[in-house]
Design a protein around this ligand. Sequence first.
Ligand SMILES: Cc1cc2nc3c(=O)[nH]c(=O)nc-3n(C[C@H](O)[C@H](O)[C@H](O)COP(=O)(O)O)c2cc1C
Length: 408
Amino acid sequence: MRDSGPHPTDRRALLRFLAASPLMAGFHALPRWLEWGRQETDIITAAKDALDVFDFEAVAKKNLSPAHFGYLQTGTDDDATIAANREGFNRYQLRMRRLADIGKIDMSVKVLGANWANPVFLCPIASHCAFHPDGEIAVARGAKAGNHLFMLATPATTSVEEVNAARGEPVWFQLYPRNDWNQTHQMIKRAEAAGCPVLVYTVDLIGGSNRLTGTRARRRDPATCTDCHEGGLNDNSRKPMIADLKPAPPAPEAGPATWEFVKRLKDATPMKLVLKGIVTREDTELAVEHGVDAVYVSNHGGRAENSLRSAVECVPEVVAGAAGRAPVLVDSGFRRGTDIFKALALGATAVGVGRPYIWGLAAFGQEGVEAVLNILRRELQMVMRQAGTSTVGKITKASIIDRRGGTY
Ligand SMILES: Cc1cc2nc3c(=O)[nH]c(=O)nc-3n(C[C@H](O)[C@H](O)[C@H](O)COP(=O)(O)O)c2cc1C
């Protein structure tokens, strides 16, 4: 398709000319319709009108309370790692190949023995009902419509059994362990009994995170949080995967979260084990040595620590550490088909999206989730066609250039 937008220099010349023109006398600023690109006032009113996933962000902001939107958007410290996650993609350019046969594009991938229709999955995110009353059920149905893997978070506001029914197949279960090993064990066994094939242990918040934007937004919110969160913000009564856990004797301490604990998890369940939040070659090697089945690169969407390191730039060293012994998943900052394409080219097997599907949920419920996922699939398909890569397997290191010329 031809790029039909005005050339930037023509545009600037036009704006300069109009600004100087007597026609504009009396105008303090250029009228909005003369400015290009996304405007604050470009708020869509139907999911079908969205041009990209960011169109849902503005609607989510409008629909949510400041406290809930702040919880969704926050990073840590000054949120600079959120920005770094986006900037990381600019490091990689695409090498487009022409005239390859792109009549049929196959986006399918194989992950831990399962066939996925496409490489895009929905990251585990807590408390979907804070963003829309249909919560995780709407998300599971949206994931089903687009044939995406969904990972359910420990602090979900819907049970794993209900979510599996809505998704039409078992989801992967994300684990935040409890201090009491018995409770952790109960949670694992519940996910296992529900048929979840994979346990995703999140390891990137063990030291705590400094979420200032979220705290500020909560202070700004005129609502009284305890009107809904009756037992305070840490009240788990609306989180069915945690609410029913009972300390049962004997209740040994879970022990420190170390590689020993990874071994304990492995021994506790036949489910496959994924570590979420790995960002280095060394930890990838340790993960593989400890029998971990897949490594999941993530900085929690810039809400773990302010490392200033984008997730996509961590992929090459993690892929090198895995050395073909375990698949590598990645999330944090993925918003466009080209972002997904770049991670696949760097050796990732699948790519997770977090906030974008919640923007869709908060904006239009299930329809919004479906629309976000549609856009991502459509964009990925388009860049695959443009790059002459008719299958995911054809997306390789030769499909991109690292501006810094790194070797891995
Ligand atoms: C509001 C919110 C809640 C989250 N809750 C969890 C969670 O319960 N467990 C978890 O492993 N990750 C959680 N994450 C991190 C996501 O799984 C994922 O790593 C991140 O959202 C990806 O980055 P992105 O939002 O830039 O796409 C959460 C992220 C957000 C934004």
